[in-house]
Write a protein of this length. Structure first.
Lengths: 362, 362
C-alpha cells in the first residue's frame, strides 16, 4: 500500500485517500499526542535559547527534547524496516549490539586505561572500528537468517542474550569514562551550534537512506525478496545476499546509534545501555503500518513511528506519570496505535469512508 | 495470515511494554543493589558464561588440590555475574583477593545470574564436599533444598551481600548492607544541609529491589516529616539515560527544583548531564544539590571536586568479614550475631579525600 499507488487512484474522497495512506496513522498519532500536550500545557511548544554549563548557546524545549532523544530510535527504525521487509522477521539484538559497538568504541579510545588523560586514538578511528564491528555482528545475524534459515527472532536471540556480556568482556568489566570534551559533541552540542548534534546525525542518516532508496534498486529488491523469495530468485535476484545486506545496514545503523548513546554520557553501562530499544524499534516499524511479515515497506512511516514512540515517552515523563503506572499507560496507547495501524483495521476504515460518502450523496 | 500478523503485533506491543517500564520484570543487570529480590529472570547466554566460569575455576582448584594437602579450608563461593555492575566487579575482586591458597583456602568460584544457575553450582559444590558455602543469592527464594543438603552434610553456609528467605538455623551468618540505613544516612545528611526550601527530584532504582525500597522509604518518610516537596518521583531503573530524560522533562516543564536524590551513581550522572545541558548550576554552594549512592570512583571524584554534594556508600567488601567468621568457626567460636550489617558511611566534600577514593571507590 505505497503512497504513490494511493495518489494515483482517483476514486474516493480526500478523507478516504488520507486514511488509506500508510503515513496517516503515525502522523495522526503524532498530531494527537502533540495536541494533547498543547491542551494540557500550552507552553509545551516553547523553544528557548539557553546557555549550557560550558557557556554555549543551546536550544531547549519539549520538541527539541523529542527530536534529540528520538534520534537513535529513528536511525534504528531505518535498519529495522529493511530487515523486516527482507526477512519477514525482526532483529531483537540491536540493544545488545549497541552495547558491544559502544564498548568497542570506548575500548579503542581508552586503550587499556579506563580513565585516560588523553584519547588513545582519534574519535573517527574509534568510530570506524566500532562501526565495522557493528556491521560484522549484523552480518553474523544475517548469515544465520539467510544461509542457515533460522527464524530471525530466534537467530538474533543469540546476540540478544550474549551481547551485553560480550560488551563487558571487551572492556574487562571496567567502566571507562572519557573526560575529553570533544567526545561529548556527538550526543550533545558542538560549541556554537545551538541544535543538538544527534538531530543532525539522524537527518544525515535519513537523507542517506532516502538517496539510496531513490537511486538504487534496494527498495525493489528488498520488497521482492520479502514478498516472494522464490520468484525473486527466479528473476535473478540473490535473496541470501539481499537479506544479509539488510542486516548489515541495520548493523551500520546500530554503529551510529551506539556513537550517540556513549557520547551522551561519555561512559557506558553494559547492562542498561539502549535497554529495550529493540522493542521500540520494532514498534516503530509496526506503527508505521509496515507488515511485520515482510514485503512492502514505507520507510518514512517507520521513522515517524519512531518519533511517535519518543513523543509518548517524553510526554509520560513530562506529566510525571507515577513510575509504577508508566508501563500501563504506554501499553494502552501502544495497543491502540498498533491495532489502528494494522492492515485489517485500515482496510475496514478505508472501506467505511466511501460508504459514508455515498450516504451523504444520497 | 492476517490473524497471525495481528497476533504478532499484539505480542510485540505487549512484550515491548512489559519490557519497557519499571514495573516490568526485565532483567536489570545494573542493580547495584545487593539483595535485589526481584532479579531472577533468566538469560540463557549467561548460563554459558557462568558455566564456563565454574569449570575454569574448578579446573584451577583441582590442579591445586593435590599440591596443598588437607590443610586448606575448602570453600565454595557463589556470586552473581560480574557484568551486573561496578559494585559486583569490586565485590568479586575482593573475594578473589581474600580466598587464596596463601590465606589457607581452597576456593571454588561460581557465577550465576539466576537462581537456577547458582543452585546447580551449589549442588556441585556440595557433592565435591566443600567445608563452607558462601552465597550471594540472585533471588531470595528457592534455596531450601540446597540449604537442607548442606546442613545434612555438615557444610556451614554463610550468606553475603544478599539475603535468602530461610530459617536462621540453616546459615551461620548473613553479611549484608543495610539499605534502609543507607537511605536514612542520606536523608539525615540532606536535612542537615538546612536548605531554605526542599524541592526534590527523586530518581528510583528498579522497583522492588531492596536498594530501591530502603533508599526510597528513607527519603519519603523524611520528606513527610519535614514537609519537603518531592516534585518528581520516577523510576529510572538504575539507568543513566532514563534519568537524563526524566530530568530533562522536568526542566522543560519549567518546574523548580533544588535537590536530585538519585538511588545510584549512574542515575545521578545522567541527571547531572541533563543539568549541564540546560546550564543549571549544581554541586557545593550551587543551586541544585546532587546525591548519589554506591561510591563509584567517578562519583567520589565528583564529590571531591564539588560538582556533586553527597555519595552514600554501599560496601562491597565482605571478604574480610567472611574470612573472620570462618577462622573463628575453625576455632570453635560461633558468630555472636546472625545478621551482620556492613559498615557504611556517606561522603560529602568534608570527608572525601584521595585516600578515601582509592580505598572505597569501586
Amino acid at each position: 500500500m505505497g503512497t504513490n499507488k494511493v495518489s494515483k487512484s482517483k476514486e474516493g474522497s480526500l478523507l478516504s485517500r488520507m486514511t488509506r495512506n500508510q503515513m496517516f496513522i503515525p502522523l495522526a498519532a503524532l498530531a494527537a499526542l502533540l495536541l494533547f500536550n498543547l491542551i494540557l500545557d500550552p507552553s509545551s511548544f516553547a523553544i528557548t535559547m539557553d546557555e549550557n554549563s560550558a557557556g554555549n548557546p543551546v536550544l531547549s524545549g519539549f520538541l527539541i527534547n523529542i527530536l534529540d532523544n528520538g534520534s537513535e530510535l529513528a536511525i534504528l527504525a531505518i535498519g529495522m524496516t529493511l530487515v523486516t521487509a527482507a526477512s519477514g522477521g525482526q532483529d531483537i539484538s540491536v540493544g545488545a549490539a549497541i552495547a558491544i559497538s559502544g564498548s568497542v568504541l570506548l575500548r579503542v579510545l581508552c586503550g587499556s586505561n579506563t580513565r585516560p588523560e588523553t584519547l588513545q586514538a582519534p574519535i573517527l578511528v574509534a568510530f570506524l572500528v566500532a562501526f565495522v564491528v557493528a556491521m560484522l555482528f549484523g552480518a553474523f545475524n544475517g548469515v544465520l537468517v539467510a544461509v542457515f534459515r533460522i527464524q530471525p527472532m530466534v537467530a538474533t536471540l543469540i546476540l540478544y542474550t550474549a551481547g551485553r556480556s560480550i560488551a563487558s568482556w571487551v572492556n574487562n568489566n571496567e567502566l571507562p569514562i572519557i573526560g575529553e570534551p570533544s567526545f561529548g559533541y556527538f550526543g550533545g552540542f558542538i560549541p556554537g551550534i545551538p541544535v543538538p548534534t544527534p538531530i543532525f546525525i539522524a537527518i544525515l542518516c535519513l537523507v542517506a537512506i532516502w538517496l539510496v532508496l531513490k537511486f538504487t534498486n534496494l527498495r525493489l529488491y528488498t520488497q521482492s525478496v520479502g514478498i516472494n523469495e522464490n520468484s525473486a530468485k527466479l528473476n535473478g535476484l540473490n535473496p541470501t545476499f539481499i537479506k544479509i545486506l539488510s542486516f548489515v545496514i541495520l548493523g551500520a545503523c546500530v554503529g551510529v546509534a551506539a556513537l550517540i548513546k556513549v557520547s551522551r554520557l561519555a561512559t557506558i553501562n553494559y547492562g542498561v545501555i539502549a535497554k529495550d530499544i529493540e522493542m521500540d524499534a520494532i514498534l516503530a516499524v509496526a506503527l508505521g503500518g509496515n507488515a511485520l511479515s515482510g514485503g512492502k515497506f514505507n520507510m518514512a512511516a517507520s521513522v515517524v513511528g519512531a518519533y511517535v514512540i519518543q513523543c509518548l515517552t517524553t510526554t509520560l515523563y513530562k506529566f510525571k506519570v507515577p513510575s509504577t503506572a508508566l508501563p500501563a499507560y504506554k501499553a494502552v496507547v501502544v495497543i491502540l496505535l498498533v491495532v489502528l495501524s494494522s492492515p485489517v483495521v485500515r482496510a475496514k476504515l478505508s472501506a467505511l469512508a466511501p460508504q459514508a460518502k455515498r450516504k451523504e450523496a444520497a | 495470515m492476517r490473524k497471525k500478523f495481528v497476533g504478532f503485533l499484539l505480542c510485540a506491543a505487549m512484550t515491548a511494554t512489559l519490557l519497557a517500564g519499571c514495573g516490568g520484570g526485565s532483567d536489570t543487570k545494573e542493580t547495584d543493589a545487593p539483595a535485589a529480590a526481584t532479579e531472577g529472570d533468566t538469560k540463557a547466554a549467561e548460563d554459558t558464561k557462568a558455566d564456563e566460569g565454574t569449570t575454569a575455576a574448578e579446573g584451577d582448584t583441582q590442579a591445586a588440590a593435590p599440591a596443598a594437602s588437607g590443610e586448606l579450608i575448602k570453600i565454595g563461593i557463589i556470586n552473581n555475574d560480574t557484568s551486573e555492575s561496578g559494585y559486583r566487579v569490586a565485590n568479586d575482586r575482593d573475594l578473589q583477593r581474600k580466598f587464596t591458597e596463601e590465606n589457607g583456602y581452597d576456593a571454588t568460584f561460581a557465577y550465576g545470574k539466576t537462581n537456577d544457575e547458582q543452585v546447580a553450582a551449589a549442588n556441585k559444590m556440595i557433592q565435591d564436599g566443600v567445608d563452607y558455602l558462601a552465597i550471594a543469592a540472585a533471588n531470595t527464594s528457592g534455596w531450601d533444598k540446597v540449604l537442607q543438603d548442606a546442613k545434612d552434610q555438615g557444610i556451614r553456609v554463610i550468606l553475603y551481600d544478599r539475603v535468602i528467605d530461610a530459617d536462621e538455623e540453616f546459615y551461620v551468618a548473613s553479611i549484608v548492607s543495610d539499605m534502609a540505613k543507607e537511605g536514612e544516612t542520606a536523608a539525615n545528611w540532606l536535612k542537615d544541609q538546612k536548605l531554605e526550601s526542599y524541592n526534590i527530584i527523586h530518581l528510583q532504582g528498579q522497583m522492588g529491589s531492596s536498594a530501591q525500597v530502603g533508599r526510597s522509604e528513607a527519603l519519603v518518610n523524611m520528606a513527610q516529616a519535614e514537609g519537603w516537596n518531592i516534585v518528581t518521583q520516577q523510576c529510572a531503573d538504575w539507568n543513566a539515560e532514563t534519568a537524563q530524560q526524566i530530568v530533562q522533562s522536568v526542566i522543560d516543564a519549567g518546574t523548580d527544583f533544588n535537590v536530585i536524590y538519585a538511588e545510584n551513581d549512574n542515575m545521578a550522572d545522567g541527571a547531572v548531564k541533563a543539568l549541564d545541558k540546560a546550564g543549571i548550576k549544581h554541586g557545593v554552594g550551587e543551586k541544585v544539590v546532587i546525591m548519589g549512592f554506591d561510591c563509584n570512583t567517578f562519583a567520589l571524584e565528583n564529590v571531591m571536586n564539588g560538582t556533586w554534594n553527597y555519595d552514600g556508600q554501599c560496601n562491597p567488601y565482605q571478604a574480610d568479614m567472611i574470612d573472620e567468621i570462618i577462622k573463628n568457626l575453625e576455632n570453635g567460636v560461633e558468630p555472636a550475631e546472625k545478621v551482620i550489617y556492613m559498615e557504611e558511611v556517606g561522603f560529602d566534600q568534608s570527608n572525601v579525600t584521595q585516600e578515601v577514593i582509592d580505598k572505597f571507590g569501586i
